[in-house]
Design a protein around this ligand. Structure first.
Ligand code: NAD
Length: 291
């Protein structure tokens, strides 16, 4: 392989910006036809960082013409009251999309709350009905990070049929749906987890490597096949011991791996911004289908 063919950085911010650009036209058309396009976000027992996140979300929605409503509920709300609250949003025709800010307070059964969100309004794809539809390849709202991962892989132009893909991490919300979407694209997929023996040798054979664990430095140069596509989903906040500065890192040792990889996502600026763009796109899709 020619050296110029390695280490190309996949620009998640640019891809996210393209996706957002295509949404404004769609929201304008929907609103002109009298269809609401609205995202209702629920935050239970708000903390400061969640508040910052919600403010960013409001701004992003505004930019693409989505109406945004934040519901700040008390941290001591009961399971039943929270579920009733969601039922109210499910029934409201002007609410076309619902999302839950995480984490929910201890004592609240998260999966039970997620299952309560009407599947047609579940823009994070957390209702098991939507996850089931992903498996069957039916039209559904797909978890945003999994969609972002696929979008970033596809942006490299790689043809997935006949390619080997290793997914490190197999959570319900990221690793498993990513593996299923890759299977649907007819890639040959190996899903690995904390118990998988000798992950390194599996990875060395991969044309595409997706890491979704949350462990800095997990993916090292000796695990990467020259020219492979590397998608780093991991997000970990770390503190520089000397300066005390806080910053975000992924699972991949970017410095070591990027000269070997064919394509690689940076952290920050890779999967993160595309995940946000996918939430906005799912919101517009949900509004489109509700009309
Ligand atoms: P999780 O903790 O639910 O799952 C982690 C998975 O990694 C599990 O399947 C576990 O078995 C596996 N694992 C743990 N240690 C391992 C090891 N040493 N080797 C192989 N597998 C191992 O996490 P999650 O919710 O799927 O999130 C994973 C990472 O992705 C986190 O860093 C999270 O912050 C990040 N994330 C990023 C985005 C984004 O938008 N970029 C969105 C969601 C999650």
């Amino acid at each position: 392989m020619n050296v110029s063919e390695t280490g190309r950085i996949i620009d998640g911010r640019a891809i996210a910006s393209q996706v957002r650009g295509s949404l404004l036209e769609r929201t304008s058309a929907l609103k002109a036809a009298g269809s609401p396009v609205r995202l209702d976000a629920i935050m239970v027992g708000a903390d400061q960082s969640a508040g910052v996140y919600a403010a960013n979300q409001a701004r992003m929605c505004d930019e693409v013409g989505i109406e945004y409503r934040l519901h700040e509920l008390s941290g001591d709300i009961s399971q039943a009251d929270l579920e009733n609250y969601i039922d109210g949003l499910n029934a409201a025709p002007e609410v076309t999309a619902i999302m839950l800010h995480m984490p929910l307070p201890e004592g609240i059964k998260t999966e039970q709350v997620q299952s309560r969100i009407l599947d047609a309004k579940d823009v994070e794809g957390v209702n098991p009905a939507n996850i089931g539809n992903v498996l069957y390849g039916r039209r559904s709202l797909v978890p945003c990070t999994a969609l972002a991962t696929m979008t970033l892989i596809e942006s490299t132009g790689i043809e997935l049929p006949g390619k080997k893909v290793v997914c490190i991490g197999a959570s319900n919300i990221v690793g498993k749906p990513v593996a299923v979407l890759l299977m649907r694209a007819e890639a040959t997929v190996i899903s690995t987890n904390i118990h998988t023996p000798d992950i390194k040798s599996l990875c060395r054979d991969a044309d595409v490597l997706v890491s979704a664990v949350g462990k800095p430095g997990l993916v090292t140069a000796d695990m990467v096949r020259p020219g492979a596509v590397i998608i780093d989903v991991g997000i970990t906040r770390v503190t520089d011991e000397e300066t005390g500065r806080r910053y975000t890192v992924g699972d991949v040792d970017f410095e070591q791996v990027s000269p070997i990889a064919g394509w690689i996502t940076p952290v920050p600026g890779g999967v993160g911004p595309v995940t946000v763009a996918m939430l906005l796109r799912n919101t517009v899709d949900a509004a489109d289908r509700s009309g």
